[in-house]
Design a protein around this ligand. Structure first.
Ligand code: TYM
Length: 495
């Protein structure tokens, strides 16, 4: 691909530069722009989409994102989805390295690109980047220009690094975890944000005290993440207890947290509300927010992508950072809670009342066997006031329509079902059957991949260990800094 591009550019007689890249440069856009000492607006991203008219390539600026509605309207098409790795390979393209020219599919250029002079992009070769002028590219490539992007809120927020954790307390992920946390986390990674995720095994000790069960939950979590598409080469994915700095920092931070604040945390208050006596609540649960603050602050992230139920904990971490900084100077940046807008931030459970949660058992899981998932869906609450299929029903806040919005990529079908439901022209059973079918379609690839992974426990362990090696580097630096400013001048702080 690189040679082909070079020839095209030479033949066209335009100026360009091939920039040698270091071998260990991560594949993500921010790392590249950091290396070029330039900003995201000058990063050209070329994505391959599949449409009903065939494959297309779309180039946009790194600080914008494609708005699929605008793009569909512009192209006069109905279906649009990102090409899978397999499909890209069949086109002779390498995911992550697609250059803006030299391929044989139609290219569409977002007009915001015309506001910048020059750009950086890939050459199809990992060790070379391309720098050239936008005008020159347009001389070589017969791209169609259109307006189909919007500015990316994240780049204006300057989110460069994020971190998030998941407690391995259930056997597998449910739709709440997926829509509220995992999907947004993967979207950030896709946008090139440096991402840390971890399996919070130390947190799980508040509820699991059986070592086999704990290990099973941890390994299942790895399978879930990998099956859903996490590339452990891109996102740093590890196990909390493998990086001992989490525990070390929690001990230090505890001294900057007032009892009153911890006492108001909802995990603890929820237990009290359930009738558990204060005397019997374990200190792990009480201290949970302190360990979580350590988890977060250790990596100095700009954002923490989580569901609404974790907002209070992120606020606790922010408070803790402020109080530490007040004593010792600006050590910790104050991270933002990155919480989805709308129904995905707090996906309702199948009981139609409380948020979907493994401990409440009101879940629709992603990787259970078909029968279990069918049962979870068929048993879900809908509109309690609707007695007959001919009664007009309520769609808003109705769990089965919320799940349709999450899993059903056939948006026309969803709109049709909603319309008929409102008019009393469709029964719950049909809506649920279609939901089950959509669930199976949406996660077919992931479920297949997970089945293939299932017996490979060694692989799961290897992924976690490799991730921990990378995470430890950042964690160690922060811990050294913290020990130094608080006055623990031991071996670590002197290293
Ligand atoms: P956990 O394991 O309960 O949940 C993992 C993630 O899934 C989100 N989530 C939901 N989002 C929308 N709707 C729902 N029904 C729903 N249920 C769960 C959660 O908000 C979370 O983002 N304390 C954390 C784990 C943790 C952590 C951290 C997270 C430990 N340290 C540091 C962020 C940063 C927890 O138990 O999440």
């Amino acid at each position: 691909m690189k040679d082909k591009i070079e020839k095209l550019l030479k033949d066209a007689g335009v100026a360009y530069e091939f920039i040698p890249l270091p071998e260990d440069l991560p594949m993500d856009v921010p790392s590249h722009m950091n290396f070029y000492k330039d900003t995201l607006e000058h990063a050209l991203a070329t994505m391959i989409y599949k449409t009903e008219k065939g494959f297309i390539a779309v180039s946009r600026r790194g600080d914008t994102k494609v708005n699929s509605k605008k793009l569909r309207k512009f192209l006069g098409i109905k279906r649009l989805s990102l090409a899978t790795e397999e499909e890209m390979k069949s086109l002779g393209l390498t995911p992550g390295l697609v250059p803006p020219l030299g391929h044989s599919i139609p290219l569409y250029f977002d007009q915001k690109l015309k506001d910048i002079d020059y750009f950086f992009d890939g050459t199809g070769h990992k060790l070379f980047g391309l720098k050239m002028r936008v005008d020159d590219l347009l001389k070589v490539d017969k791209a169609t220009i259109g307006d189909f992007t919007i500015y990316d809120e994240l780049s204006t927020l300057k989110i460069k690094r994020v971190l998030s954790g998941i407690t391995p307390s259930g056997s597998t992920l449910h739709l709440g975890n997926y829509a509220g946390a995992v999907k947004p986390q993967f979207d950030l990674l896709e946008k090139g944000v440096e991402s840390y995720y971890f399996v919070a095994d130390l947190h799980a000790l508040t509820t699991i005290q059986d070592k086999d069960q704990l290990e099973k939950c941890i390994i299942n979590n790895v399978f879930d993440y990998i099956a859903l598409g996490l590339d452990p080469e891109k996102g740093i994915y590890f196990r909390q207890s493998d990086v001992s700095e989490h525990s070390m920092l929690a001990i230090v931070l505890a001294n900057y947290v007032p009892f009153g604040l911890t006492n108001r945390m909802h995990a603890f208050k929820d237990k009290l509300a359930k009738g558990v006596s204060k005397e019997n609540i374990n200190m792990g649960l009480f201290n949970y927010p302190i360990l979580m603050a350590a988890d977060i602050l250790l990596y100095k992230p700009d954002g923490v992508p989580v569901g609404e139920d974790q907002r209070q904990h992120v606020e606790f971490a922010r408070e803790t950072a402020r109080s530490f900084n007040k004593a010792h100077g600006a050590i910790f940046p104050i991270p933002e809670a990155l919480i989805q807008k709308g129904y995905t931030s707090k996906v309702i459970g199948t009981d139609g009342e409380r948020k979907m949660s493994k401990s409440l058992g009101n879940v629709v899981n992603i990787f259970d066997d078909e029968e279990t998932i069918r049962r979870q869906i068929m048993g879900s609450y809908t509109d309690p006031n609707r007695k007959h299929p001919t009664d007009p029903g309520r769609v808003e806040g109705n769990p089965i329509f919320i799940y349709h919005d999450i899993v059903n990529d056939n948006k026309e079908e969803v709109e049709d079902l909603k319309k008929r439901y409102r008019e009393g022209k469709v029964g719950d059973v049909e809506v649920k059957e279609k939901l089950f079918a959509a669930h199976m379609r949406k996660f077919a690839e992931a479920r297949k991949k997970r089945k293939e992974l299932e017996n490979n426990i060694d692989l799961a362990r290897e992924i976690l260990e490799k991730g921990a090696e990378k995470a430890r580097k950042v964690a160690r630096e922060t811990m050294k800094e913290v020990y130094e400013v608080v006055g623990i001048t031991n071996k670590l702080s002197r290293q």
